[in-house]
Design a protein around this ligand. Structure first.
Ligand code: NCD
Length: 312
């Protein structure tokens, strides 16, 4: 069987996404049915960049499927610190594990690792480029709350330049078509042209609008996807500080939004959503994080069992 990796959000077709989400729904409603499905399997998580949610949600997903985990959370204690190449690290770890999830600061590192890996490899984020399992999480969350993935007004707000979750999400949504994207960012942090043109070439009936004003755009959105300014990708602290508080969503601003709009955030949140928004039923970011674990369970099953959902 050919090894399947998940490196870019477009690696799965729309119908493969639908199948995964159907499986994730079944897992969400009857987790006990799946509690032994990965018995005897081992997942290695190899994180060269900080992570809480992505690593823990993958590890929780594998444990909840009855599998086991190996984890390298601190690359300073691994052989990369001795100068080992990524290709050698991956080939070694593949001898210990049935599946690898990796996060790396270098764009393209996941692609390279996937080429060397004899076991399925999942990209847990590569620099500012892609974060495809966050896209799985985001689409599954939208589907769960709004019941559809097409014909949406989606406000993407914050650091559209460096925020990899947006780079993956916009292309996956654009491919489905009939979306109205409102790209809300300061000029300095606009969506890179290569991402915008790649999204614009996908799907039919999409529109893209760029604005610096969250307040006005907010009133028109079905989904408001807020992101943090990506401090670690700035060259200097001053630029970061100047932009950090450009957008702050408050309970007051939420009064202008549609009653059925959902507010999403890949987390971690810094200052961009005030804590008093959390009690608004439209604020779904913590449930989004939980659904991320559920949909990762579906992805792990799919990659290890080839999508054959015998229990479903
Ligand atoms: C995101 C990431 O790492 O890109 N976090 C996550 O995986 N949930 C978003 C971020 O760090 O801002």
């Amino acid at each position: 069987m050919q090894t399947r990796n998940f490196i870019n959000s477009l690696d799965l077709s729309p119908s493969q996404y639908d199948r995964l989400f159907d499986l994730a729904d079944r897992i969400n409603h009857a987790p006990a049915t799946y509690a032994q499905r990965c018995q005897g399997k081992v997942m290695a998580s190899l994180f060269y960049e900080p992570s809480t949610r992505t690593r823990l949600s993958f590890e929780a997903a594998m444990l909840r499927l009855g599998g086991q985990i190996l984890t390298v959370a601190d690359p300073k204690t691994s052989s990369a610190a001795k100068g080992e190449s990524l290709a050698d690290t991956i080939r070694t770890i593949a001898g210990y594990a049935d599946l690898i999830v990796m996060r790396h600061p270098r764009e393209g590192a996941a692609q390279l690792a996937g080429e060397y890996s004899p076991v399925p490899l999942i990209n847990g984020g590569d620099g500012a480029r892609e974060h495809p399992t966050q896209t799985l999480t985001d689409l599954f969350t939208i589907r769960t709350f709004l019941g559809r993935l097409r014909g949406l007004s989606v406000g993407l707000c914050g650091d559209l330049r460096y925020g990899r979750t947006v780079h993956s999400l916009i292309r996956a949504l654009a491919r489905l078509g009939d979306q109205r994207f409102v790209l809300i960012s300061p000029d300095e942090l606009r969506l890179p042209d290569r991402v915008l043109s790649s999204a614009a070439a996908l799907g039919e009936g999409n529109t893209f609008e760029q604005t610096a004003s969250m307040d006005e755009a907010l009133t028109r959105c079905d989904v408001l996807y807020v992101t943090r300014i990506q401090k670690e990708r700035f060259f200097n602290e001053e630029d970061y500080i100047a932009l950090r508080d450009t957008y702050v969503l408050t309970a007051g601003k939420m009064q202008q939004a549609k009653p059925e709009m959902i507010v999403m955030h890949p987390l971690p949140r810094v200052t961009e959503i005030e804590a008093n928004v959390d009690d608004d039923p439209r604020a779904v970011y913590f449930e989004q994080a939980r659904l991320g674990m559920i949909v990762r369970m579906a992805l792990i099953l799919d990659l290890l069992e080839g999508g054959d959902d015998a229990a479903g």
